[in-house]
Design a protein around this ligand. Structure first.
Ligand code: 1HN
Length: 373
């Protein structure tokens, strides 16, 4: 949906006539009683409660990959991984959200680190999760007894309530980006959690998971499983497919055919092969490739985005702020902030995820593209 409404109108402030000292004493008495009984009058807070347009407390922020990976390595030296702590994951806490490890009101993002020989034990939770592998390989994640390799550029799913654990069989440590809908589940009181097996239910290291062998052949689905599922049936979206799809979009642009989002801007959305929709009910994931100097169209959207630079460099504008982004750096875009990306001199490859599916389902999604940009 595109909107061209003028959002600059502001609330008219409610100004009550100046009370006399007697009236003020009565007001104070009434407000005091309300306070004691856990009541609050609307007339003192309507502007903050219902702003004319989203006024997010979350701020746009950039996390530097070199700092993230340094602290992830340090935590690998100092903190064991195992039952109870479950994961050596370092969450990115939005400075505007005042404490909890939320990158956005709905989303969690973290760097997870596993040293050679280490296992992260199996558990399951109703929160949806994914991993994006910024660099390295050698970790296998086990999703409901299916061993899924993790390699550079891969996007992996552990949709809600699937048992999952990780093991590193390589000689090198490995780190990756985790994304989950933890804050949404926490704030809505919808979360369930269970420990799983103490030992991993499949320690094999196949080239492809069973989920990929069944479901990740282009445009082909197994007739044995006819129904639509709420989360994708594909456990791993291998980099080779993402890379080829983006290369083809740009090659077709060169040849004068449609397919790119905008000039020099190729993008794919990871989808659920049983529906063609988003990979999970709360999280959308995409990969964007911009040619050197190419830009995205500036846009405001209801909902929150997070980007991680995979290769190359970019300048990302969010509201009044400008972030210079290089390999591994993470930035978030709060709801209804105008954002755009301009690729650096080598172009840019970017992984991105958002909570847009939540708002689309609830009929709360809005998009605004300023005219004349
Ligand atoms: C979790 O289970 C994973 O499975 C990662 O890798 C991050 C953050 C909080 C709670 C559970 C994982 C998590 C998490």
């Amino acid at each position: 949906m595109s909107e061209s409404t003028d959002y600059s109108n502001k609330h008219v402030e409610f100004v009550a006539p100046e009370p006399t000292p007697e009236e003020q004493a009565e007001l104070n008495d009434m407000y005091g009683k309300m306070d004691d009984l856990h009541m609050k009058p609307l007339w003192n807070q309507i502007g903050g409660l219902m702003p004319n347009e989203p006024d997010p407390r979350a701020v746009a922020h950039r996390w530097d990959w070199s700092e993230l990976i340094k602290l992830a390595r340090r935590s690998g030296e100092l903190v064991p991984v195992g039952r109870g702590g479950e994961r050596r994951a370092i969450g990115l806490a939005n400075p505007g959200l005042g404490g909890p490890t939320y990158i956005a009101p709905t989303l969690w993002a973290a760097i997870q680190y596993l040293a050679p020989g280490e296992n992260a034990p199996e558990h399951r939770h109703s929160q949806n999760a994914f991993r994006f592998v910024i660099e390295g390989e050698g970790v296998w994640t086990v999703v409901n007894g299916d061993a899924v390799p993790m390699k550079r550029g891969d996007f992996l799913l552990t949709p809600g309530w699937n048992f999952h654990g990780h093991h590193n069989i390589a000689t090198e440590p490995m780190a990756w980006l985790d994304g989950l809908d933890i804050p949404f589940a926490y704030q809505m009181d919808t979360g369930f959690f269970e420990y799983g097996s103490e030992t991993l239910t499949d320690e094999s290291t196949p080239d492809y998971s069973r989920s990929e062998r069944l479901w990740a052949h282009p445009g082909l689905r197994p007739v044995a499983f006819p129904g639509a599922t709420s989360s994708s049936t594909i456990g791993r979206y291998a980099w080779e497919h993402t890379d080829a799809a983006l290369n083809d979009q740009l090659a077709l642009e060169d040849a004068g055919f449609p397919g790119v989002v905008g000039p020099g801007h190729a993008a794919i959305r990871y989808t659920n092969p049983t529906t063609g929709g988003d990979v999970m009910s709360t999280i959308r994931a995409e990969f964007h490739r911009l040619r050197p100097g190419a830009s995205t169209t500036p846009v405001k959207e209801v909902g929150n985005r997070v980007f991680q630079v995979f290769e190359g460099s970019a300048t990302i504008k969010v509201g009044d702020e400008t972030f210079e982004m290089n390999h591994g750096d993470v930035v978030n875009v709060p709801s209804w902030k105008l954002w755009s990306i301009e690729a650096g001199t080598d172009g840019v490859d970017l992984f991105g995820f958002s909570d847009h599916p939540i708002f689309e389902k609830l009929n709360l999604a809005r998009t605004y593209t300023p005219e004349g940009i």
